[in-house]
Design a protein. Structure first.
Length: 435
């Protein structure tokens, strides 16, 4: 019997094995530049399907890689069973208690749409199509992280399937070690089927993008540095150099503010003094419109990324960043961190001493992406005095290891837990802690 037939005898969801129709599409991750070798893809119908699949894999000596939506894939799957959890799509909002419960397949956009009418928000990132579970297992650097910390720190409970194929509810009281690991340590320890987390008040939300031609890059960066030097925790700003194919270079500042419109405009006034706006989308927003700020693609595509954490952005760092055009990269982004992200979180992510994150993105061309990778390396090299070498776990790129995201003691604790809870290696996350 083929592995496809064996799996179809075990689960009620959809199974697509290698060589079967639709397999290539089923196994593709969100980033189409990533090659993802797997033996079969299972789209689970429910949590019982997940448990049955784990028991099968355990008995057969196989490994499962779980990807709710395919975001964050690194190609580090090997010949495994790929589990999709998109059909685990339950969502419940309790506005009185400010709590949400979301199945493993629920994207942030659905949560924000449901919470927004109640003046509440979750700690979402820039994309509405990234799942809550995948984002949170990686720690979760949110638009509102400066105010409320990592998304993982807002988790109250996980519903999981463990390496023995048993379903369980994991909380700080019931299983403190596993609860700690899942709040930002990745998906190497259990398969999360649902997540329960705190929502946060957002009676006022202001946000949008200001855009200029690239000739204003230095002036915009100076204003960005002035704003971030004294920004309250409610304000988050991202500086972005942009160069799309067929267009001239541009520079943007994306911003959110958890407060009244007038206060936000006063805080961002240094940017208004820079002439020549190509666009200004800033406005009072409902949390449901959060994804409109950066308007990231909502369909899969190829990409090459690299992230670094920066100790500062002084005059020398600013000059290094702007020394040369970013081409062939599409974007080079500097995110302001700090605030609650710099304070202890009680999660594997700990805290971020670095006040800025650098994120560089390009697409592979005829050279397979060599030029884009080279340019990323050049920019990181120019900023070397400010680069710490640590990276947010959720930003790790293919070829990078968990050791880049966690301190030595935290990584060892995660590895110990992996060996104890999954001794047969039934689970393999995008970035394994034992790698």
């Amino acid at each position: 019997m083929s592995i496809g037939d064996e799996l179809r005898a075990v689960v009620s969801g959809t199974v697509t094995a290698a060589g079967e129709r639709g397999f290539e599409q089923a196994r593709s991750p969100w980033n189409l530049a990533i090659e993802q070798p797997v033996r079969a893809v299972v789209e689970a119908a429910d949590a019982d399907d997940v448990a049955a699949l784990v028991r099968y894999a355990r008995q057969a000596g196989l490994t499962i890689a779980t990807q709710p939506s395919g975001h964050g894939a690194t190609g580090n799957t090997g010949e495994v069973i790929l589990l999709r959890t998109a059909r685990l799509d339950e969502l419940h909002i309790d506005p009185a208690r400010r709590i949400a419960r979301a199945g493993a397949g629920v994207p942030w956009g659905r949560v924000l749409e449901a919470a927004s009418p109640h003046g509440l928000t979750g700690l979402a990132g820039s994309s509405p199509v990234v799942t809550v579970t995948g984002f949170t297992l990686g720690g979760g650097l949110s638009w509102f992280g400066r105010k409320h910390g990592f998304a993982a720190a807002s988790v109250r409970a996980f519903d999981v399937v463990d390496a023995a194929g048993e379903r369980a509810r994991v909380t700080a009281d019931d299983d403190p070690d596993l609860f700690w690991a899942l709040r930002g340590g990745g998906g190497d320890f259990a398969i999360v089927t649902a997540i329960e987390f705190d929502l946060h008040p957002a009676p006022y939300l202001y946000g949008g993008r200001m855009l200029w031609s690239g000739e204003h890059a230095a002036a915009v960066l100076d204003a960005f540095r002035d704003i971030t030097a004294t920004a309250p925790d409610e304000l988050t700003t991202w500086y972005e150099l942009l160069h799309f194919p067929g267009a001239d270079p541009m520079v943007a500042v994306d911003a959110t503010y958890l407060g009244p419109e007038g206060d936000a405009e006063a805080l961002l006034r240094p940017l208004e003094k820079i002439p020549g706006h190509l666009a200004d989308t800033r406005a009072a927003l409902p949390p449901a419109a959060l994804g409109s700020i950066t308007a990231e693609p909502t369909d899969p595509g190829p990409g090459l990324s690299r992230a670094e954490l920066l100790t500062g952005l002084d005059d020398e760092a600013a000059a290094a960043l702007l020394r040369r055009p970013i081409a062939p990269l599409l974007s080079v982004q500097v995110r302001h961190l700090g605030g609650a992200l710099a304070r202890p979180s009680g999660t594997p992510a700990g805290h971020l001493d670095e006040p800025f994150a650098l994120y560089m993105f390009g697409i592979p061309g005829a050279d397979g992406g060599a030029d884009a990778r080279e340019r990323q390396g050049e920019i990181a090299g120019a900023l070397a005095p400010y680069v710490t070498g640590r990276k947010p776990f959720t930003f790790l790129a293919p070829g990078e290891r968990a050791a880049a995201a966690f301190s030595g003691p935290v990584l060892e604790r995660l590895r110990t837990l992996k060996r104890v809870r999954d001794p047969r290696g039934t689970f393999r996350s995008n970035v394994p802690v034992l790698g």
